[in-house]
Design a protein around this ligand. Structure first.
Ligand code: UGA
Length: 436
């Protein structure tokens, strides 16, 4: 089966490469000529473990190609995926659908056979209806079905998530759409991945509801962590104690500096806008977004506290380990590190940072921060070390070396990757999240 993937960013490229790996013929299409040129040379536009090898082997097998020519790329494709960006619209927080609609228009004008048009981009409820209207308006004589098929990939684990998904959600309004999608995902049917067929609108909402629920889980445990600090509890024990209840589940209960990334902040905001438009408030999500926003700066203040308070902190220096919103990605979007660094800068504290993958993208976002070549260079002369992202490389720091290089043995662990007792025994003034 031939599949066209319009948009070769994170979602499009990972999905395209994985579909090719399942034996489909995939063309990845993107307007960005330099991105396509680099893909032809085997250079990935994003960092994702295993993606370069997966792309290379499928290009070699002749199942994966790249082009900037949409009309050529969608020719003979049974399924045309729209996987372009839906950023938050400047000013009002609504998802910006202009890229999605532009692709729909171009597909309508270029279509040369019957096809299913699939929205893979995260799009608000009702977008599929509009895509359908645009396609009809184009006057194409071919049969077209518009289907919603949201993605649930996590950055850094995207290939595994694609190949062994918890579920596949397909929102289709007619049998033609369902039939083609069954064929698209047949290799996964055989893996016995559950496939949920539903209406297009329900499918669109499932994506937002899933992300909002996960964001809620994280925010809930983050507030419980704060309470643990006040009452003398241990949030990891509390998370385990509630997570073992099958109705709650243990995942996404790691307390930390607040969620970031390209999805949770943007999708919670877009869901709030939809709820507002339909006059059906989702107050829990409202609270989640607000609490998470405030938390990031609060983390900066926690570091200032560890430096001895506002007066003592002025003029001091902090080593920041980890900048990306989570490990195994170079993605800096809405990373808590940005707000933490900003808060420290506001408090007159200078920051030297190290991140295994994120420094290039971080530089323009945090111009006040000095980027170091490795963790120990960042730590040299620091009055406190703060762990913002739980990269494996920070889990076994040479603590004696840290003490020798730093001005003071102060460590603020915003990801709870060390144990309080062991750190105190090692001579550190150690603070973490939700543990005393
Ligand atoms: C998220 C969802 O997990 C995916 O299912 C979804 O497909 C994706 O958004 C999307 O909509 O495209 P992602 O943003 O890559 O994936 O990252 P997550 O692993 O979900 O982490 C998001 C943030 O929450 C990170 O900042 C992470 O550090 C934080 N987090 C996560 C916690 O603080 N605690 C946790 O227990 C889990």
């Amino acid at each position: 089966m031939k599949i066209a993937m319009v948009g070769s960013g994170y979602v499009g490229l990972v999905s395209g490469a994985c579909f090719a790996d399942f034996g489909h013929d995939v063309v990845c299409i993107d307007k960005d000529q330099s991105k396509i040129d680099r893909l032809h040379e085997g250079v990935m536009p994003i960092y994702e473990p295993g993606l370069d090898a997966l792309v290379a082997s499928n290009v070699k097998a002749g199942r994966l190609t790249f082009t900037t020519d949409l009309a050529e790329g969608i020719k003979d494709a049974s399924a045309i995926f729209i996987a372009v960006g839906t950023p938050s619209r400047r000013g009002d927080g609504h998802a910006d659908l202009s890229f999605v609609y532009a692709v729909a228009r171009e597909v309508g004008e270029s279509l040369s056979n019957d096809a299913v048009v699939v929205t893979k981009s995260t799009v608000p409820v009702g977008t599929g209806d509009e895509v359908e209207r645009i396609l009809k308006e184009s006057g194409t004589p071919h049969q077209v079905a518009v289907v919603s098929n949201p993605e649930f990939l996590r950055e850094g684990a995207a290939i595994g998530d694609f190949k062994r998904p918890d579920r596949i959600v397909i929102g289709a309004e007619d049998e033609f759409g369902r039939e083609v999608m069954r064929e698209v995902y047949r290799p996964l049917f055989l893996n016995e991945s559950p496939i949920l067929f539903t209406s297009r609108r329900s499918s669109e909402l499932i994506k937002y509801a899933a992300n909002a629920f996960l964001a809620t889980k994280i925010t809930f445990i983050n507030e419980i962590a704060d309470l643990c600090e006040k009452v003398g509890g241990n949030v990891q024990d509390v998370a385990r104690g509630i997570g073992l209840d099958g109705r709650i589940g243990g995942k996404f209960l790691h307390a930390g500096p607040g969620y970031g990334g390209s999805c949770f902040p943007k999708d919670t905001l877009a869901l709030l806008k939809t709820a507002e438009d339909y006059e059906s408030p989702v107050r829990i999500v409202e609270a989640v977004a607000k609490v998470n926003d405030l938390r990031k700066r609060a983390m900066g203040r926690k570091v200032v506290e560890a430096l001895g308070g506002a007066d003592a902190a002025r003029g001091k220096r902090v080593a920041m380990l980890g900048l990306t919103f989570k490990p195994n990605t170079d993605d800096m979007r809405d990373s808590p590190a940005i707000a933490v660094a900003q808060t420290l800068d506001d408090a007159g504290v200078s920051v030297a940072a190290y991140d295994p993958e994120g420094m290039e993208l971080a530089k323009p976002l945090m111009p006040e921060v000095e980027m170091a070549a490795d963790p120990y260079t960042a730590i040299e002369g620091a009055d406190a070390v703060v762990i913002v992202t739980e990269w494996d490389a920070f889990r076994a720091l040479d603590l004696e070396r840290v003490k020798a290089l730093a001005n003071a043995p102060v460590l603020v662990d915003l990801r709870n990757i060390y144990q309080p007792d062991a750190m105190r025994e090692a001579g550190f003034a150690y603070s973490s999240i939700g543990r005393v």
